[in-house]
Design a protein around this ligand. Structure first.
Ligand SMILES: [Mg+2]
Length: 319
C-alpha cells in the first residue's frame, strides 16, 4: 500500500523535540534560542548524480546529508540545535526511508540536533537540510579574521573521499582495506563539531573543507585580505598503504579533492601549545600546514620550497 506524505512523515521522521517550543506537525515549528545567543543558519543540498551516485546506500545518505550541515556549524564554532529536511523522492519506498531516517538520526542524536520540520515532494532524488545552531555574539569562527603571520592548521588528512570517487569511476584500483577507509570518509564523514566549539577564542578564522583544501583556504585568504602558503611536506598523509602516495594525482586529491569535512583554521603562533593540547584532548591529528602572509591567493610549496605547478582543473577558484 503506498504511503502518503503524512504517513511518511509520521512514520519515519516524527520524533520528540524537547528543545523546540513546537516541532513537526503545524505550519511552522517554533524555537526560542537561548537568551543572548546568536543563531547560526546554514543549508546544503545533495542531488543524485551530482553529489552522490545513483543507488547510493540510504543510511549513508541520511548520515551525510546531515553531516555536511553539521560541518558548517563546526566551521562557525556554533552548537547545532535544530534542522529542517526537504526530501524529493522518486517513490515512497518504505525500506529506503527507514534506512535514510536511521542514518540521519544516528548523527542527529550524537549532536543533540532536532528535526523540527520540512517537506516531501516527488521527483528526482534530492535532499536539502537547513540547520540552525547557537553561538555567543562575537565568538563565531569567521573566514575574515586571519592575520598576517598566523599559522594554518588542518584537523586531519584530506584526499580520501576524492580517491574513493576516482575508484568508483574506475580510475584507480585501491587495495580493499584502503578503499574501505576512503569510502567511509566519502560516505560517512565525521563533522568536527567539538573541535569547532573548542576553537572559539583560539582560532582567528575557520572553514570546513568541502570544495578542496586549497580552494577553501583560498576563501579564508580572500576574506582576510591575505595570501596563504601550504607546505606540502606538512600535509598529513592518509592512513593508507604508503604505496598509494605514488598514485598519480595523490597530492592533487589531498589539495583539491574536496568532500573532506575537516576544518582548516588559522591561529596565532602563540597558540601552538594550546592547539596541540586540544588535538590530544579530542584525539584529532591537528597539523600545522602553512602560514598566512601579505599578498593574495594560495601557494603550495614542495619539500625544496619551490611553488608546486598544479593543473588548473580544480584550482580555478583559488583566488
Ligand atoms: Mg562550509
Amino acid at each position: 500500500m503506498p504511503l502518503d506524505e503524512f504517513d511518511l512523515i509520521r512514520r519515519y521522521f516524527t520524533r520528540a523535540t524537547p528543545g523546540a517550543a513546537l516541532g513537526i506537525g503545524d505550519d511552522a515549528a517554533l524555537i526560542a534560542p537561548a537568551a543572548g545567543l546568536q543563531l547560526a543558519v546554514a543549508a546544503d543540498t545533495m542531488v543524485e548524480g551530482r553529489h552522490f551516485f545513483a543507488g547510493a546506500d540510504p543510511y549513508s545518505l541520511g548520515w551525510k546529508s546531515l553531516a555536511v550541515n553539521l560541518s558548517d556549524m563546526a566551521a562557525m564554532g556554533a552548537a547545532p540545535r535544530w534542522f529542517t529536511l526537504c526530501l524529493t523522492l522518486p517513490a515512497a519506498d518504505a525500506g529506503w526511508l527507514a534506512d535514510y531516517a536511521r542514518g540521519l538520526f544516528a548523527l542527529a542524536d550524537a549532536h543533540g540536533a532536532e528535526l523540527i520540520g520540512g517537506d516531501t515532494t516527488s521527483g528526482l532524488l534530492a535532499m536539502s537540510i537547513q540547520i540552525l545552531g547557537e553561538v555567543e555574539p562575537g565568538q563565531a569562527l569567521r573566514r575574515d579574521g586571519a592575520r598576517d603571520g598566523d599559522d594554518v592548521w588542518l584537523s586531519g588528512p584530506t584526499g580520501a573521499a576524492a580517491l574513493a570517487v576516482r575508484q568508483r569511476y574506475g580510475e584507480l584500483a585501491l587495495a580493499a582495506a584502503d578503499l574501505a577507509h576512503c569510502a567511509e570518509r566519502l560516505d560517512r564523514p565525521v563533522p568536527r563539531v567539538a573541535l569547532g566549539r573548542a576553537l572559539r577564542g583560539l582560532a582567528s578564522a575557520a572553514i570546513d573543507v568541502s570544495d578542496g583544501l586549497a580552494a577553501d583556504l583560498g576563501h579564508i585568504a580572500r576574506a582576510s585580505g591575505l595570501a596563504a602558503e601550504i607546505e606540502l611536506a606538512l600535509l598529513p598523509q592518509l592512513p593508507l598503504d604508503p604505496a598509494v602516495q605514488a598514485v598519480p594525482g595523490y597530492d592533487l586529491a589531498r589539495l583539491a579533492g574536496g568532500d573532506d569535512y575537516e576544518l582548516c583554521f588559522t591561529a596565532a603562533p602563540a597558540e601552538r601549545a594550546r592547539i596541540a593540547a586540544l588535538g590530544a584532548e579530542l584525539a584529532l591529528p591537528l597539523a600545522r600546514i602553512g602560514a598566512m602572509r601579505a599578498g593574495r591567493g594560495v601557494t603550495v610549496r614542495d619539500a625544496a620550497g619551490q611553488p608546486l605547478a598544479l593543473p588548473r582543473a580544480g584550482f580555478n577558484h583559488f583566488d
